[in-house]
Design a protein around this ligand. Structure first.
Ligand SMILES: Nc1nc2c(c(=O)[nH]1)N[C@H]1C(S)=C(S)[C@@H](COP(=O)(O)O)O[C@H]1N2
Ligand SMILES: [Mo]
Length: 340
């Protein structure tokens, strides 16, 4: 094992590594196209870096506890959350445990990370460590490099061990997700981003509003079925850690909005109020699906119409779509993730 660094170095390193863990974790949740694989890989390596720091940080914690501060329990709660987040991360990547008490470990991993965020901020402010110029010396950078290499090596060994042992974690997609119900829509899970529930939709009074250039059209389900239907093979990949590849049938969004003019984004809204905004360059890749695997969508999967957004993560695949609108608003003018 490497020699234990000075406590302030351990603390600063841990802070830097936790900040990287958050950044790469958010990137991993957003990743939908193969280019995102590097973020997911980096997140795994950063997780290993946290583990490397655990023994050294334990020494620092043991010293700190002797001081019996009143806020001690908050610090301990933070430590417990970090360990929980690490353990759920390991459970997920190995596939040894996929859920606890019916809750997917990926949710627990994300919940742990979100819960520890305010505690980290408090801890940094309450136990301030002042960085020094020497922290960026050549020697410090070399040590940092060795440390990063050790973390990367551990990550590689871990991945090799998972694959040699034939653990379920070996067969995951580049996003880290597990296969679930590919080409078998009936076996595909159904999920909401946060709290949406399946609305009761009567196909006879369902209408799709298509708004562009100051005009608004309303299409019925019959209109959609009468349009030129196309089939697109695409993978739905949910942030909670599963994916399914399916043949989706529906109308290309471009066929509904042939002339985007100078519009900058496409707003896609669900009957439930859930919405996302796409860059206009996505227009040619989006499908408004009414069927999957040769059958109509099930209510839980977005009946009567849901968006298929190849190369984007599941939360972009709006279900129960009833509104498409071209707007002049830039696509990035929205929360980074849906709020409902
Ligand atoms: N209206 C609406 N659409 C939604 C969501 C939602 O909560 N509300 N969740 C998204 C998320 S996070 C995923 S992974 C997929 C899940 O689709 P499925 O239920 O068909 O598997 O739907 C997406 N579309
Ligand atoms: Mo999702």
């Amino acid at each position: 094992m490497l020699r234990a660094p000075a406590p302030r170095v351990t603390n600063l390193a841990l802070l830097a590594v936790l900040a990287l863990a958050f950044a790469t974790g958010i990137g991993a949740v957003a990743a939908g196209a193969p280019g995102g694989r590097w973020t997911v890989l980096a997140h795994g390596i950063v997780g290993m870096a946290v583990i490397v720091l655990v023994p050294w940080k334990s020494l620092v914690i043991r010293r700190g506890l002797r001081r019996s501060r009143r806020t001690r329990w908050l610090s301990l709660l933070l430590a417990v959350l970090v360990v929980t987040t690490l353990l759920t991360g390991i459970a997920y990547t190995t596939g040894l445990v996929r859920s606890v008490a019916g809750i997917l470990v990926m949710w627990l991993h994300i919940a742990g990370a979100l819960a520890l965020l305010p505690l980290v901020v408090w801890h940094v402010l309450a136990r301030r460590v002042r960085p020094r110029r020497a922290d960026l010396s050549r020697r410090a950078l070399v040590r940092g490099g060795v440390f990063a290499a050790v973390a990367a090596g551990l990550y590689g060994s871990q991945a090799a061990a998972v694959s040699l042992a034939g653990l379920p974690g070996a067969g995951r997609r580049f996003t880290g997700s597990y296969a679930a119900g590919s080409f078998n829509p009936a076996a595909m899970p159904s999920y909401s981003w946060l709290d949406d529930t399946t609305p009761a939709i009567d196909p006879r009074d369902w209408r799709l509003a298509v708004v562009a250039g100051g005009t608004r059209r309303e299409l019925t389900l019959g209109d959609l079925d009468a349009a030129a239907v196309r089939t697109v093979r695409a993978t739905l990949d949910c942030t909670s850690g599963w994916y399914a590849e399916q043949d989706w049938a529906g109308v290309p969004v471009r066929a509904l909005l042939p002339d985007p003019g100078s519009a900058r984004s496409l707003l896609v809204r669900s009957r439930t109020g859930y919405w996302v905004r796409f860059p206009i360059r996505d227009l040619d890749h989006l499908l408004l699906a009414t069927g999957v695997g040769g059958v109509p969508l099930r209510p839980g999967h977005g009946y009567p119409a849901r968006l298929v957004a190849p190369g984007r993560r599941g939360f972009w695949w709006v279900k129960w779509v009833d509104h498409l609108e071209l707007t002049d608003t830039p696509w990035w003018w929205q929360p980074p993730f849906p709020l409902t």
